[in-house]
Design a protein around this ligand. Structure first.
Ligand SMILES: [Fe+2]
Length: 256
């Protein structure tokens, strides 16, 4: 089976290299994940990061992220989340695939098509897919025809039962839902943003979300505001061929 690594929401911040400031928790935890990947998963064909690559107002962190990713043995693909800045990302990664000004692209691995979607809204922390991005996705799905597809996007389109997170999901997701309901071939959604491992089915197809490499949000079905919790960071290992998709969740032990 093919192996693809999946990381999300590192929320990296700029480091002042002129001082002896120690790396922040976000960087420490992100590097622990990358160290384990170098040790255990150097055979992976690709690593996908599903957005919120940097913390808000930290565009300088993209350059440091690039240095870290260039040291990995496998190629990488990046998505934007609500904390990201497309222009700053493009500045640090000028070769990043773009479509119509959005950070979108696709790869074929074996018989499977991997599609990367840009759900960044023009304003606010929720997600959106404008008609251009939806049309682009529709073309990608037509081109994939009956082949298996993995769609990566930052904002989940579905409610997961945590109200403070559900308010910030991909809103007005009917267009995406319609595309999926029309599609008979196996299609799997992989979402970031919620800093939790969740799986299920939506619009006729399976989905998975992933915990952050940094800090997690609590499973709180009552609170009106986001609650952080002290669960371990982690990443995902996806194994697939044209018949199967296996989602493995890996936790990273940290010193507290
Ligand atoms: Fe996010």
């Amino acid at each position: 089976m093919h192996k693809v690594l999946w990381l999300t929401d590192p929320h990296l911040i700029e480091l002042d290299e002129t001082t002896s400031q120690p790396p922040t928790e976000a960087w420490q935890r992100f590097r622990l994940c990358l160290d384990e990947i170098r040790r255990e998963h150097a055979d992976a064909e690709l690593i996908v990061l599903t957005g919120d690559l940097v913390q808000l107002s930290n565009p300088g962190a993209y350059g440091l992220l690039r240095e870290e990713l260039e040291r990995l043995p496998m190629p990488y693909r990046l998505l934007v989340g609500n904390h990201d800045d497309r222009a700053a990302l493009h500045g640090a990664f000028p070769d990043i695939p773009m479509a119509g000004g959005f950070v979108q692209g696709s790869d074929d691995i074996g018989e499977t098509r991997l599609i990367y979607l840009d759900t960044l809204a023009s304003e606010g922390h929720h997600g959106e897919l404008c008609p251009y991005r939806l049309d682009w996705l529709a073309e990608q799905l037509v081109a994939a025809s009956a082949r298996s597809v993995l769609i990566f996007l930052h904002h989940p389109p579905m409610e997961i039962g945590v109200p403070a997170l559900d308010r910030l999901r991909l809103l007005e997701s009917e267009g995406l839902s319609d595309l999926l309901q029309l599609r008979r071939a196996p299609t799997h959604l992989f979402c970031g943003h919620v800093h939790r491992n969740v799986s299920g089915r939506w619009s006729g197809h399976p989905f998975a979300t992933l915990k952050s490499t940094n800090t997690q949000f609590a499973f709180d079905m009552q609170a009106s505001r986001l609650i952080r919790c002290d669960e371990d960071p982690g990443y995902g290992v996806l194994l697939f061929d044209d018949e199967r998709v296996i989602v493995n969740y890996v936790d990273i032990s940290i010193d507290r």
